[in-house]
Write a protein that binds this ligand. Structure first.
Ligand code: ATP
Ligand code: MG
Ligand code: MG
Length: 423
């Protein structure tokens, strides 16, 4: 891909935009771009530099992404809306052509890596709640204030915030050194094998920091199958932001019929019944489940005599019950999968396993926790798009404001301490 029209090869120390940005190390890559940690000499801070492949269609895609990122930045001057900030953009000429470059605020690891780091066991409910609050804040902003649909929400496209200077505290600035695992390279997001002095220094510091918390991590690394807790994340702030606006669209100006990554795709997209903001809510629901359990909510596969779409619809109905007939037969593709009664054509025997039972029986959540979470999630996974709650409504849901027993204990303790000090 490092040829004409493709990626731009970067060496550590390379200057960009007339010397304003200096490349430090590779943060990741995608189908369209490589992303580098760069030092911004103007603001004396670190940024993420996304360097797009140069061919016409990639440049077009970058312009599209810049349009949406700019709109998001313009409406969020305080940078509090949980959406990645576009700082700058420019063109860079290289041997493979002209590359559009986006300068983004530097963020940490994706939730996908967080899930992997946690060995697919799921995160503690309080961590999930913190993450959900951020994602919903971002979605509420995009939907209600901007009229924008993200259309590709998933754990990979939600990055943890990195509040600390990466040269000072790499562990807490993004967990990256902790998360470096052999499987970490799939779907982009890997790192470069080239290492410069800065990176070596970062690694040394990271090692020291890792040593300090390794004691607390042992239980998790040891892998107690029954434990849902992950002590190693204790005290780590789960703030995060929504990224990757390459597929975003305006609700009133849609162009793509097929949107979203397979596992996070809403039923109305599969059936081609038209879509709106609520497709993001569906993906959000799938993501929240994955954070809690470590498993994808729906992982459809093509089978003997049926395709991936039909399997996907079957999986949805096994969890959520039968799709209302009107919805099942209402899409442009309905006839491919459903008969006129609203039953699937090729997959006949469905095994119903509702969400609250699944969370208890398969994922061993405590009954009360499972019930509360299922009550939050079920309306989001409504087949009827217009019945799904909005991001704003989700933020007001009681589950978002549950105080866990641990937090209650902490509060009591701090109150006691205050009393003690006053006394
Ligand atoms: P895709 O194929 O997913 O559309 P893409 O070429 O559009 O990929 P992104 O998904 O935007 O690229 O970024 C690729 C990777 O770079 C991400 O998975 C992430 O690891 C890293 N990355 C992107 N933006 C940032 C950021 N602001 N801060 C830190 N790392 C980032
Ligand atoms: Mg991406
Ligand atoms: Mg993209």
């Amino acid at each position: 891909s490092y040829r004409k029209g493709g990626y731009h090869a970067v060496r550590i120390g390379d200057p960009f935009s007339g010397g304003r940005y200096i490349a430090q190390r590779k943060l990741g890559w995608g189908q369209f771009s490589t992303v580098w940690l760069a030092y911004d000499t103007l603001s004396s801070s670190y940024v993420a530099l996304k360097i797009q492949k140069s061919a016409q269609q990639f440049a077009q895609a970058a312009l599209h992404e810049i349009e949406f990122l700019s709109a998001a930045a313009d409406g969020d001057l305080q940078n509090t809306k949980c959406v990645v900030r576009l700082i700058d953009h420019f063109k860079h000429a290289g041997p493979n052509g002209q590359h559009l470059c986006m300068v983004l605020e530097f963020l940490g690891d994706s939730l996908l890596r967080l899930i992997r780091y946690n060995r697919y066991k799921g995160l503690k409910m309080d961590k999930v709640r913190e993450i959900c609050r951020c994602v919903l804040t971002g979605l509420d902003y995009l939907h209600r204030e901007l009229g924008m649909i993200h259309s590709d929400l998933k754990p990979e496209n939600i990055l943890l915030c990195s509040t600390i200077d990466p040269a000072k505290d790499p562990v807490r600035s993004g967990l990256t050194p902790l998360l470096e695992k052999p499987e970490g390279n799939a779907n982009g997001g890997g790192g470069s094998s080239t290492m410069n002095l800065i990176e070596k220094k970062l690694k040394r510091r990271a090692k020291r920091a890792v040593a300090k918390i390794s004691e607390r991590r042992v239980s998790m690394v040891g892998g107690e199958a029954s434990s849902k807790t992950d002590r190693s994340l204790d005290g780590i702030d789960m703030r995060c932001k929504v990224v990757d606006f390459g597929n975003a669209c305006w609700a009133d100006k849609q162009f793509a019929e097929e949107i979203q990554t397979r596992q996070y795709r809403a039923p109305e997209v599969i059936l081609k019944s038209g879509y709106s903001f609520s497709v993001d809510m569906w993906s959000f629901g799938c993501t929240a489940f994955e954070l809690v359990t470590g498993d994808m909510l729906f992982a459809p596969k093509e089978g003997n005599g049926y395709g991936e779409d039909e399997d996907h619809l079957a999986l949805m109905m096994e969890l959520l019950g039968k799709m209302p007939r009107k919805i099942a037969i209402g899409g442009a593709k309905s006839k491919d999968y459903f008969d006129r009664h609203g039953d699937l054509k090729r997959i006949r025997r469905l095994k119903y396993w509702p969400l609250d039972r699944l969370l208890v029986d398969k994922y061993k959540l405590p009954e009360a926790e499972a019930k509360e979470f299922a009550e939050f999630l079920s309306p989001i996974l409504e087949f009827a798009p217009e019945k799904r709650p909005t991001a704003q409504q989700c933020l007001e849901h009681p589950w978002m404001n549950v105080v866990s027993s641990q937090n209650k204990a902490d509060n009591v303790e701090s109150q006691m301490r205050n009393l003690h000090i006053k006394g």
